[in-house]
Design a protein around this ligand. Sequence first.
Ligand SMILES: *Cc1c(COP(=O)(O)O)cnc(C)c1O
Length: 229
Amino acid sequence: MGVIGNALQACQERIRGACVMAGREAGCAGLIAVSKTFPAEAIRAAHAAGQRRFGESYVQEALVKQAALADLDIEWHFIGPLQSNKTRAVAEHFDWVHGVEREKIAQRLSEQRPAQLPTLNVCVQVNVSGEASKQGVEPDAALALARQLATLPRLRLRGFMTIPAPSEDRQVQRAAYRMLTDLANEARRQGLAVDTLSMGMSADLESAILEGATLVRVGTAIFGGRSYT
Ligand SMILES: *Cc1c(COP(=O)(O)O)cnc(C)c1O
């Protein structure tokens, strides 16, 4: 197995270990391999090693790679910030959108989701770090947005996603992720069918899994460091 296959295996080991530590069943969290900035061949190598879910953040870059990989069975997750002029491409070419933070974007995604495709899976992006982050809706507003998303015909509300401000302190990491878990529990109490907590990256996936992550998004630990030049 190549470098990417080995790194994937090591990442799966980390996930398994964290699930055990959390007292959750093995495979308690799915892995999204975040392939932004890496070429289609890197995705092909990860796919050959068994990986099926991939995350991309930049629409144009993703479309080029998707065209080159059309022969593969891949579940595509859009995890980047989404502007309204890119919603159509995302509605047509992705299976999941993790970063929904505005009703207007959600409405466009629903209107533009092609009829022959299944409903688009979406997560509400929540800011769990207060002033330290500008991405995502405030926890107080997240449930209202989730309720709105749940009414849109071509979307399927799956849950919540967050990118906390980076911290090396495990307790700080866990406290941030716990906010998302609390929110999902409250959403369920209110009758929303929420089954997804998209949280945890290369540096902190253990903390996220300990707090209930069901999908972790891992780039660096699989593909190596990114250069944006
Ligand atoms: C880039 C990115 C990741 C992956 O981060 P790593 O630290 O490389 O694992 C996860 N989530 C989002 C939203 C990202 O943009």
